[in-house]
Write a protein that binds this ligand. Structure first.
Ligand SMILES: *Cc1c(COP(=O)(O)O)cnc(C)c1O
Length: 430
């Protein structure tokens, strides 16, 4: 008897129709990989294991036999992603951005260590916070992380400038002098502007402190040379997701550009942290897809990333001019793929996001600086990577802004949204 999977297939088909044809997706952490990236994931590798590193002539680095083809793919993926990012080190085994961060936390930190990172309401990722892997890792057994009480604090937040969207480099350097952390983390999830990595990395270097740059969101922009280049600015490790602005499979990566001494000092921690730390089988079937996406980015990354940033700025300007206020106006709204929209005057963030979804515009609600309750945020986070990939340009952003503005104000614009989307279904930059 064959098992009936009709219902499952039907849901897949519905999802495909909705999210690939009808809806305009503006979730900043999402993207649609190319047909080739999707196709190569369906392979024999999805049932295999390859713990360790690729075998070399005369040297066994794997814990399993039968790995000759994945060895070749993994070696090639490492080589090509190092070329793309001009990196001297790369680990392509983490299965997601969080697994990359977890590897650093497990491999490098000990209980009682001190960390400096972005707070969640400053846009930091939850993995950097007290309940995330970094917070938990440095917490001694039985200890409660008490933020803000000088005595037992060992998780400190990066000080921000008045506008709340930039890290204050001078104050950060003073903080590092004062608390001598074991690790400084820069990068975040509501990531509009580059971080002052050069200045902070110099202060870290003087005290022999590594700097982790979490580039989960902006990895594709970095690859395309359209954001800061943390490895050139002195970051010890660059971690990232390979499925946000980098339009690959759902995986992660750790990159470094360490000299021989730095490699000896800091790379083994990352290596240990990945395996046997944050992963054992590393989802082999998506590794060939990472290699495909890396090649796409080598060829098209610069154009793709540049258009993403232009589109984000255009959408920000258009929405703001229509009267749906966009954060960081004085700074041109953004230098990344993301804009932050303040919807406080139109209702709770959650409600406004639902209003947009009812019109087939998909966004997520997000805390803005000053928000206190993560379940009642006043902002929307909007990213343009996926729609840019489907060919939308600044003019399309103007049309989209009008539809969003109308939907936020309670108008029914679903039909127009579907029509606009129908004009952009062919994937570019592949
Ligand atoms: C998305 C994100 C992550 C987690 O990445 P996953 O690939 O979803 O595991 C880590 N750090 C930051 C800053 C992120 O935005």
């Amino acid at each position: 008897m064959t098992i009936d999977i009709h219902d499952i297939e039907q849901l897949l088909e519905q999802q495909e129709q909705w999210r690939q044809r009808q809806a305009i997706n503006l979730i900043a952490s999402e993207n649609t990989p190319s047909e080739a990236v999707r196709r190569v994931q369906n392979s024999d590798f999805m049932g295999r294991y390859a713990e360790g590193h690729p075998n070399e002539p005369g040297k066994v680095n794997r814990y399993y036999q039968g790995t000759r083809y994945i060895d070749e793919i993994e070696r090639q993926a490492r080589t090509e992603i190092m070329e793309l990012f001009r990196a001297r080190q790369a680990d392509v085994r983490p299965i997601s951005g969080n697994a990359s961060n977890t590897a650093i936390a497990l491999g490098y930190l000990r209980g009682g260590d001190t960390v400096v990172a972005n707070s969640t309401d400053a846009g930091g990722h939850i993995s950097h916070g007290p309940v995330g892997v970094f917070g938990r890792r440095i917490q001694n057994r039985g200890q409660v992380l008490k933020l803000g009480s000088e005595k037992s604090v060992n998780l400190h937040y990066l000080p921000l400038t008045e506008d709340h969207y930039h890290v204050d480099a001078q104050k950060t350097i003073e903080l590092i002098e004062r608390v001598s952390p074991q690790l400084v983390i820069m990068g975040k999830s509501l990531f509009l502007f580059p971080e002052p990595v050069s200045e902070v990395a110099a202060a870290c270097r003087a005290k022999n402190i590594p700097l982790l740059y979490d580039g989960a969101h902006v990895l594709g922009l970095i690859a395309g040379g359209q954001f800061q280049d943390p490895l050139r600015e002195g970051a010890t490790w660059l971690t990232g997701s390979t499925h946000k602005t980098f339009p690959g499979p759902q995986r992660g990566v750790i990159l470094g550009n360490l000299d021989e001494e730095g490699e000896k000092k800091f790379w083994p921690a990352a290596d240990r942290g990945v395996f046997p730390g944050s992963s054992s089988n590393h989802h082999l079937h998506t590794l060939p897809a990472l290699l495909v996406a890396t090649r796409e980015m080598k060829l098209y990354g610069r154009d793709y990333a540049a258009q993403i940033v232009r589109n984000a700025q255009a959408l920000g300007r258009s929405l703001d001019e229509l009267g749906t206020p966009v954060e960081a106006r004085d700074f041109g709204y953004t230098k990344s793929h993301i804009i932050a929209v303040n919807v406080a005057q139109f209702g709770a963030g959650v409600e406004v996001a639902k209003r947009l979804e009812a019109n087939d515009i998909i966004v997520n609600y997000n805390m803005l600086p000053g928000d206190e309750d993560p379940r009642n945020p006043s902002g929307l986070r909007i990213g343009v990577s996926e729609m840019t990939r489907y060919g939308m340009d600044e003019q399309a952003m103007g049309e989209l802004a009008q539809l969003m503005h109308d939907a936020v104000h309670g108008q029914q614009v679903k039909e127009q949204v579907n029509k606009l989307r129908a004009r952009y279904t062919e994937m570019q930059y592949v």
